[in-house]
Every structure is written in structure tokens, then in C-alpha cells.
Design a protein around this ligand. Structure first.
Ligand code: ZN
Ligand code: ZN
Length: 139
């Protein structure tokens, strides 16, 4: 029998449940801790909000779920770990959408070279008005 010890294998049961809920519901969507709590309760009715909240923090630190870091958002959102993408936040209604966009590698490499930095994560955020909030054209 092969035993693989990873950060995931050592996760408490409730934390693994929280991770699964984000993976099942969080692709292309952004979940608040309250959303994750309500999904988790369907599987484990006694799980508490604070457990879910702590689990999300820990899972984010371990890189098992992603925190959606968007300036101006009033709550923290979580999503499953996806490929690099940008976020758009509507300043009018607050919705946050995924955008299939990443800064070109060459642009990141140039910035790193010019400043002598080593660049790790690149987060790209856009704000504005979503399709339903924007003023009708010509109106
Ligand atoms: Zn909007
Ligand atoms: Zn996203």
C-alpha cells in the first residue's frame, strides 16, 4: 500500500469538505464564506460557520482554493484554483466576473527586467459597469 503524505491528506475532514464544496461550486463562480457554509451544511448539517471560515483561510494559504482579491469588494470571495484569469468588478452592482485574460508573459518579463524584480503572482483587475448596469448607448 502506497501512502502519500501531502498537505491535502492531513486536512481535517471538515476542511476537506469545505475544499470539495469550493471545487464543486466555485468554478467560474465566486463564493462567499456564507455560500460555502450553506453548501457544506447540505452534506454535514452540524458544520459551523466559523469552521468554514477558518477552513477557507487555511485552504487559501495552502493554495488549495483561491481567494479572489478584488479592490473595492466588501467581502472575500473564493473560487476553485483555476488557470490565470482576470476579474471584473462592477462598481454599480458589485458583481465580479471572470475574464479570460492574462498579462502577456513578455510584458511581465520586461517589467521584472527593468526593475530587477522577481515577479510571482500577477493579479489583473478591471472595474467599470457590467452589461446590465451600463448606460444604454446613445441614451
Ligand atoms: Zn452591474
Ligand atoms: Zn475568478
Amino acid at each position: 500500500m502506497k501512502i502519500i503524505v501531502t498537505a491535502e491528506a492531513r486536512l481535517p475532514k471538515n476542511y476537506a469538505l469545505v475544499r470539495d464544496m469550493v471545487h464543486e461550486h466555485g468554478t467560474g463562480r465566486h463564493l462567499t464564506a456564507a455560500d460555502v457554509h450553506s453548501f457544506a451544511k447540505q452534506r454535514q448539517p452540524r458544520i459551523g460557520y466559523s469552521t468554514v471560515y477558518r477552513a477557507l483561510n487555511r485552504l487559501a494559504r495552502l493554495g488549495l482554493v483561491s481567494e479572489v482579491l478584488v479592490p473595492g469588494a466588501d467581502v472575500t470571495y473564493y473560487e476553485s484554483v483555476a488557470g490565470p484569469h482576470a476579474h471584473f468588478r462592477c462598481a454599480a452592482c458589485g458583481r465580479i466576473d471572470d475574464l479570460d485574460y492574462r498579462l502577456p508573459k513578455a510584458a511581465v518579463a520586461r517589467i521584472a527586467r527593468e526593475h530587477g524584480f522577481e515577479i510571482g503572482d500577477v493579479l489583473v483587475n478591471f472595474t467599470g459597469r457590467c452589461a446590465s448596469c451600463r448606460e444604454p448607448a446613445g441614451g
